[in-house]
Structure formats: structure tokens, C-alpha cells
Ligand binder design. Sequence first.
Ligand code: SAH
Length: 277
Amino acid sequence: MTSNKPKCKYFFGFRAAVFSISIIIFLLLIAKIKTALIIQREKRTLSFKNHNLTMSWMCSGTTNIELVKNLAQAKIISCKRVISAMRTVDRAHFANQHPYEDAPQCIGFGATISAPHMHGYALENLNQYLRPGMNALDVGSGSGYLTACMAEMVGASGHVVGIDHAPGLVSHSKAAMERHYPEWIQNGRVHLVVGDGRKGYAPMAPYDCIHVGAAAPEEPTDLLSQLKSPGRMFVPVGTSEQYIVVYDKDTNGNVARRQIMGVRYVPLTDLEKQYSA
Ligand code: SAH
């Protein structure tokens, strides 16, 4: 009888130890599963956040059609009219260096043609304001490529003004337009003018939409005043930190602002500063 007591004590002690270890293993397992789930969720968020960043720069092609296909596959462009305009207007007509590379390219006069993905984002955002017959303004028209895409979208009854302060760029873009789309210049679908785009272009205002191809240091109020009600402007705003801001003017003239992505654009500036930069 006496010899059973310690055995029983050991037995219960052993069971308690096994029970405690099982509880610890169970808790550890739960913690591990939780961590794995959090890591997976973080990874998904990160890949979503970086989607634009990574995909944007991976859309280069060897032809215009391939470039546009890649932009559509990366979901940078999805509106049929945007895809069709970008397929119709060949970038090589406006930029002779690496036209199908998804990166900005030098076009002389201290300027660059923006990267294709930025042109894609701009057209996609302005699509509803580039319907046939509409009136649009392209500030900092540079190569003239985006002006041409906008002209393709507004059609024969629409108008697009491209304004740039560099006379050399305006004559180059006009020459390209006259060569590839002669009727657009002849019948006034496209006007390419030399001037300070910060003030817009009053003779053809108001505009259904305004695209700005260089960064405004702050809210471009002169341009906003040339926007129709309703109308939309797509503009990079800022200096050291820049964002694309989409301004929507409603039918009552009220303006709403949306920052849609961080960017790096050359500034809207004085011509002398651009030449010496
Ligand atoms: N959107 C064009 C050019 C982008 S580069 C393209 O993709 O081809 C920015 C352009 O803005 C340059 O052509 C530059 O000459 C022009 N620019 C800069 N400041 C300007 C100003 N104050 N008025 C008009 N154009 C300006």
C-alpha cells in the first residue's frame, strides 16, 4: 500500500507536464499560423502598392503595337478608345530615340517626351473628357505625341490646343503633325502654339479637359479658371515631392481634388531656366 503513493504522485506529475507541454506547443502553433497569415497579407499589400511602380516600367515593346499591348496587359490602360488612340498614333512619329521604351526620352531644348505609361494614365483619366467634339488643352505639349492622341480621341469635330514655350519644340511637333496628320493642322483640329502654358490659352478656352506635361509648383489657378463646368484637369503638382492631381470641376463650378500617384516631372518653368538646366 505504502509503495503505491509515490507512483501515483509521479503519474499525476507526468500527466500535468505532458498537458502543459501540449498547451505550449498548441499556443506556439497558433502564433506561427498567425504570423504566416500576417506576412502573406503584408506581401499582398506590398505587391498591390508596388503594382504601378513595377508594372509601369516593364511595358517596353519593340513596336508601337507591342508597347500598347503591354500597357493594356499591365492594366495601365483599359478604355477601348485610349487603346485605339495609342495604337493609331505611332510614338516613333514624334520621338526618334527609343520610342517604344517605357521611359522618358530626350527630345532636345531641355525637354523630354514623357514615358508611355504616364501618357497612358493621362489618357485613361481624361477619357470621358476627350469624347468626339470636345475641346482640350495640352500644356507643355513638347513632342506633340499626347496632343495627337487627344486629337485622335476628340475626332474631326473636336479641337486640341498644344502649347509649349520652346519654339523649337513647337516647330518640330508641327512638322511631325503636318507629315503624318496633315488634315489635322489644315482643318484646325489641332493648334500648336508657342506661349507660357502656366497662363493656359485664353483664345480657345474654356476646355473640357486640360493635360499638363510639366509640374506646377502649386495649384494652377489660371488653368483651373479655363476649365469648363464640368471639366477635368490632369496635372503634376509639387516641387521636391510631386503628385498627379486630378481636378474635377462640377456643373456648378465647384472643384474637387484627388492625388492619384506620386511622380517625378520636369517643372513648368521659364524658358531660360529650362535651357540652362
Ligand atoms: N508632354 C510632352 C512634353 C513633356 S516635357 C511630351 O510628352 O512630349 C515638359 C514640357 O513642358 C517641355 O516640352 C517644356 O518645354 C514644357 N514647358 C515647361 N515649362 C513650360 C511653360 N511655362 N510653358 C509652356 N511649356 C512649358
